[in-house]
Design a protein around this ligand. Structure first.
Ligand code: GUN
Length: 351
């Protein structure tokens, strides 16, 4: 490996420590405790996990937190009403509406309902608009893009005058990180699904930001030797297990691959279904057992997975100058920057 590892966990710990100290000073000198409200609509398991880690981080840094939950069926009025009541709550300095929202909701209107002074996610149209203009200052900058910049800056990577290529044009990462790089005087190319000769465009980059959600897409021959590569992707890929075999769900007829619980497996294990050894019958997770298995004691079936980024780490680490791992790169920075923004929200409100 030639690349220098950018340790997101260590840099995030540093940002969190700095924020915790600032929070303690704010509390001591002005009696203000920063407060974050999270709004979670629906049951998306990844969103639930992200929201819990954001709340846990608040507690660890001495901030207060309120977790509001609404069912998937919540109406536009209910979600906007909840945001408005949080806007009016003086103990709350930051509001985070976890995305994605269920399809029937108007995301733009909901994000626009968040008070500008409490928009710690930086997704309010006015904050995004200001971020996209020269000489304007958004009140808050979106957390993942801000985390990418912080990783580059704290690792000593020069941005000004460099060629930066951003893979992906999402509202959450691709577009805002491009604007942040532009403000720091990089020359930007934004790539997307219609970009011709993607590897060739990426090879021009001194700084490559990968945020497309395609497991290990970026290979060594896409990367200019010595480039700084920031991997924003979090993709789940299945890992083969010697006991994996194909089962057919007795309820839906679908087939699935799984193995019986392996006690030696740590982490990265997902329950796929159940299996009744007496009746030699399997069924998918979420299905009721077939009537023939009423009273039987099924065993659980699992499959192993791991998280990988959009960058093929082993391959790219042979050519890149700097590289973030997944996990342990951008992920921890998103939460650290959210904590920093919430602290700033508390500071603004009372200025
Ligand atoms: N979903 C994925 N990333 C984010 C984020 O940074 N903020 C919010 N609110 N939702 C997300």
């Amino acid at each position: 490996m030639t690349a220098k590892l950018i340790d997101g966990t260590a840099i995030a710990a540093q940002v969190r420590k700095e924020t915790a100290e600032a929070v303690a000073t704010l509390k001591k000198e002005r009696g203000i405790v920063p407060g974050l409200a999270t709004v979670l609509v629906g049951e998306n398991p990844a969103s639930k996990a992200y929201v819990s880690s954001k709340q846990r981080a608040c507690e660890e840094l001495g901030m207060t937190t309120i977790g509001q939950k609404l069912p998937t069926s919540a109406t536009q009025e209910e979600v906007e009403g909840m945001v408005k009541s949080l806007n009016a709550d003086p103990k709350i300095h930051g509001i985070l509406v976890q995305l994605p929202l269920p399809k029937h909701l108007d995301e733009e209107k909901i994000l626009g309902a968040v008070s500008l002074a409490k928009d710690v996610d930086g997704f309010h149209p006015l904050n995004i608009g200001r971020l996209s203009m020269k000489g304007r200052e958004p009140m808050f900058v979106p957390c993942t893009p801000a985390g990418c910049i912080e990783l580059l800056v704290r690792s000593g990577v020069e941005i000004s005058g460099k060629e930066a290529v951003v893979l992906g044009r999402s509202n959450i990462v691709g577009l805002p990180v491009s604007m942040l790089l532009l403000h720091r005087n990089a020359t930007i190319t934004i790539c997307h699904s219609r970009t011709a000769d993607l590897p060739g465009v990426c090879r021009r980059a001194d700084i490559l930001i990968a945020a497309v959600g395609r497991a290990e897409m970026v290979k060594a021959d896409w990367v200019k030797p010595g480039a700084a590569v920031i991997d924003v992707g979090i993709n789940q890929v299945w890992v083969e297990h010697p006991a994996d075999k194909e089962y057919t769900c007795a309820v839906t007829g679908e087939t699935f691959v799984a193995h019986r619980r392996d006690q030696s497996e740590k982490g990265g294990r997902r329950k796929m279904g159940d299996y009744c050894t007496e009746c030699d019958t399997a069924w998918l997770k979420g299905q009721e057992p077939p009537d023939s298995c009423a009273g039987c004691e099924p065993i659980a079936l699992f499959r192993k997975y791991k998280l990988v980024g959009d960058v093929d780490f082993d391959d790219v680490s042979q050519v890149a100058g700097h590289l973030t791992p997944v996990p342990g790169g951008v992920g921890p920075m998103t939460i650290a920057m959210l904590m920093h923004n919430t602290y700033r929200g508390a500071l603004h409100t009372f200025e």
